[in-house]
Design a protein. Sequence first.
Length: 484
Amino acid sequence: MAREMQGISMRFRLTLWIATIFTIVLWVTCAIFWLYQRESVNNVFIDILKERTSNIAAGLDTRVPAVSRAELDSIAQEAVRAIEFEAIHIDVFSVVGEPINAGDESVLQPSLLPLGKATNSVEPVYLHDPELLRRIINIPEAESLDSAMLTQLVGSDRLPYILCVTTSDRFVERQLAVVNDMVMMTFLTAPLLGILSGWFVSGIAVAPLRRVQDLIREMGPSQLNRSIEMPDGGAEVNELVQELDDARKRIRDAFEAQERFLANVSHEIKTPISVLLMEAQTLDLKGMPDEIVYFVDSTQGEMSRLGNLVESFLTLTRIEDGEGKVRGKRYAANDLAMDSVEHCAVMANQLGIWLRPQLFADEETIDLAVSGEPELLTTMIDNLIRNAIRFSSKGDGVEIVLSDEGERIGFAVRDEGPGIAPDKLATIFDRFTQANQHERKGRGHGLGLTIAKGIAELHRGTISVRNLGVGCEFKVLLPKYRTG
């Protein structure tokens, strides 16, 4: 179960928990509300019936025992109109249970009523026994009479009597039906309300974490010198951001130590390499055996390659030092492309590759330029073109296409080679990542694309790669030069 939950987003889990707790709380609240309302409605009904019974008793004091059945029925009709009762029936008994109307058989059986309790009670006695009350004889509305109220009164003859008012409790049923409908509606909609509330609340809860995630996603070599800040994130999130910023500092310090070591080693290695190259170039090989000439040429080539590798390390170190070394010089996009084409022309001619620049030519785009360090920018485009040349066959073409991308200028380098293996697309810009030897020409050292990526990021740009139908495309997007 724990493993299954690991693949579920935190927002979904929070929503599930909140919805569950919300639903349970709402269901319990509904149950308590229903019980309270049922009790409250019953109490209201009893109070109304008690009040009406007391009023009827007050009106009969001077008329009992001479009041007739017709008069009692008339009083009952008035009571029905006055309050929320569907039917009322009134009877008056002596304390021993005899009806005051001689020969009146349409009364409750006195023996079944708690007359003694009513006689000894100061307050009216409430009776809710539908089965008992349905034993009324020859009364059409008997089936609707469910409750009774008994109270003592003193007749005009100064003798005590018991007034019995029976009525229906449809009023209670109607009120409870409204409560039941409301409770049932709430009961059924509680899960949906819980999910909506949970999704909203969880969204607020995880929003700071998503902002932290965005901060982490945006971190790169050029951002290691920037403090990570996120105000108003809450105590827990602020603590997490602080830990993340501390980790950034440790990574920055480690990178700086690594780059210092790399720069120092590169400088130390560069001097003996330069000496060996100079000595190899000054050797007089005339008359020397072919083996010695081959050895000197091979050694000179390897030392040149090693020197280029050291120079690449130094360039990479300068790039990763940060944006402080980037000067905001204006560099026309067409000039940048053509300078790189010129730099790579010799290599392309040697391998029989055609370079095809597609420059800005219309009035709106011909003067577009980028801002940055010209040497670094040409190094970036040079590396992309040379990389394309290495993966092209004799007679193929390498296109350098410029495009206006709104706030940015695009530099696309397209070749007609075998493309990049899908498993290497994600790591193609990593250090020392190279294609198989049979897919490329020339001997690189796996830093060209890494350097190109670093230069692009240093100039607040991006670099991407994708396979085409034939070959692949490396595309750099750089911000346009803005005056002022």
